[in-house]
Design a protein around this ligand. Structure first.
Ligand code: AHR
Length: 502
């Protein structure tokens, strides 16, 4: 089979915001402890952070990092995590049935962010706490000096404000599993009150209100409408969360997961614009896709789940999914979906970063390595610059159980008007056939192929593990070539490809 793509830099979807390549660090499992922080590790720096992990996070290219949760945040008292480490409270984390030692808190995490070169996106607890505690945290973080809380920050060793620019108003408040879960009316009201209060303190911050924790929630759509009805004037973005996994051996549907993400984004945009129309507003609400990934959730509910009144481990090995080539192809396709919606997805956070459903894995006292999903993220983050482009894509289709008839190829292109650099990202969802793609690049002028990377394997379930950490990596695609204004490339079955032109 063959497919045809036309790239034209005049057809810009929108400028790609760096925040599209964000991450997410939750106090969960071995993410912080025995992940980014391991004082006894041979590579640990003076602050106890693993420098091998820092280097990998830098290579991954993550812009802004959401913190400290996730479900964790809905039981979190931020005051526990500041001040002398030896005085910090040990708390039960009800979300993950663990013990939180608070050894790493806001100051430590901020210093780690400086080492990896990323910004902080802060989530506040609107599950078991409220408006006042959120305002207190903002005062502690962003007021330079002259108040009790800003002075406490200074006394705790941080003279300059943290100057946190983006704040999430709680986490997944539509989910019955969430501590303090509310209905849309109740959450919408508390989110609006909190947003107004936070803005009274610091009008420069951007605010994200909770959307649905998946497009398959029974309240999806109505939740967004009601919540935005309460908060439209007070927030900038509404969140989307989505996780995908192969179910019951249905690889064909799994490989088409991005079709679902496309529809999710477009439905939330439509709902936000509906509220805009009803309100007669000129303001546009964008999307913060602040949790997305492949996640084998069924495994968590099976072998991983921790129970027992006397069993609250510190940093247990939970949610440590090991990703295959097929997972990485789906993952790369989810990034294509985000780029295809660059006009409305203003920010996105890969959930998560280290050990916990993560592109980076570590072994205590041992190595850190890249999962298969590391590669589509690092390459897209590095190569997708400037504008995302609307493509003309003609591709054969296939039938899936979950999504019906869908294209075998998905693609997006980017173009940076500043230096003329372009990139094309493609996936082949076929499990059996290679696809020859012709990309018409005549509108790009005289360009040469700078880089080609294809992630594929004869075993679609091949993985990188502690024993074989470099089993899977992208390879140059030797079929890619340019002649007579056309770029041709062969995409192997179940593959993700990035081509850089300039
Ligand atoms: O990323 C893991 C969990 O998924 C987060 O804590 C929660 O927000 C979501 O349900």
């Amino acid at each position: 089979p063959s497919a045809h793509v036309t790239v034209d830099p005049h057809f810009s979807i929108g400028a790609i915001r760096r925040r599209l390549f964000g991450g997410f660090v939750e106090h969960l499992g071995r993410h912080i402890y025995d992940g980014i922080y391991e004082p006894g590790h041979p590579s640990a720096d003076a602050d106890g952070f693993r420098t091998d992990v820092i280097e990998l996070v830098k290579e991954l290219g993550v812009s802004m990092i959401r913190y400290p949760g996730g479900n964790f945040v809905s039981g979190f008292r931020w005051e526990d995590s500041v001040g002398p480490v030896e005085d910090r409270a040990r708390r039960l984390d009800l979300a993950w049935h663990s013990t939180e030692t608070n050894e790493v808190g806001l100051h430590e995490f901020s210093s780690w962010l400086e080492k990896v070169g990323s910004d902080l996106m802060m989530a506040v607890n609107l599950g078991t706490r409220g408006t006042l505690e959120a305002i207190d945290l903002l005062e502690y973080s962003n007021i330079p000096s002259g108040t009790t809380l800003s002075q406490r920050r200074i006394d705790n060793g941080r003279e300059e404000p943290f100057d946190v620019k983006v704040w999430c108003l709680g986490n997944e408040m539509d989910g019955p599993w969430q501590l303090g879960h509310r209905n849309a009316e109740d959450y919408g009201k508390v989110a609006a009150r909190t947003a107004k209060g936070l803005r009274q303190l610091d009008p420069s911050i951007e605010l994200v209100v909770c959307g649905s924790s998946s497009a398959h929630m029974p309240t999806f759509g109505e939740w967004e409408r009601v919540v935005l009805n309460h908060t439209y004037d007070d927030v900038d973005m509404i969140s989307c969360h989505a996780y995908y996994e192969e179910r019951e051996g249905d690889l064909d549907s799994f490989l088409a997961s991005a079709v679902d993400m496309d529809k999710f984004i477009e439905t939330v945009v439509a709902t936000a614009d509906h509220v805009k129309a009803v309100k007669g507003s000129d303001k546009q609400i964008d999307i913060s896709f602040d949790e997305w990934n492949v996640w084998y959730i069924e495994r968590y509910h099976g072998v991983d789940k921790i129970e027992g009144i006397d069993n609250w481990p510190v940093a247990p090995r939970i949610l440590e999914d090991v990703y295959s080539v097929a997972d990485a192809v789906v993952f790369g396709n989810l990034m294509i979906s985000l780029l295809k919606h660059a006009d409305r997805v203003a920010s996105a956070s890969l959930a998560q970063l280290v050990n916990v459903i993560a592109p980076i894995m570590t072994e205590p006292g041992g190595p850190a390595w890249r999962q298969t999903t590391f590669y589509p993220f690092s390459l897209t983050s590095r190569l997708a610059r400037g504008d995302a482009l609307q493509l003309k894509l003609d591709a054969p289709t296939y039938r899936t159980k979950q999504y019906g008839e869908v294209p075998l190829v998905d693609a997006v292109a980017t173009h940076d008007p500043a230096d003329g650099a372009s990139a094309v990202f493609l996936v082949n969802r076929s499990t059996s056939e290679s696809i020859d793609v012709t990309v018409d690049i005549s509108a790009l002028g005289d360009v040469a192929l700078q880089e080609s990377h294809t992630l594929t394997d004869s075993d679609v379930y091949a993985k990188n593990t502690l024993d074989e950490p470099t089993r899977v990596a992208p390879q140059p695609n030797d079929t890619a070539r340019i002649s007579e204004n056309a770029l041709t490339v062969t995409l192997p079955p179940v593959s993700w490809t990035a081509l850089a032109l300039g």
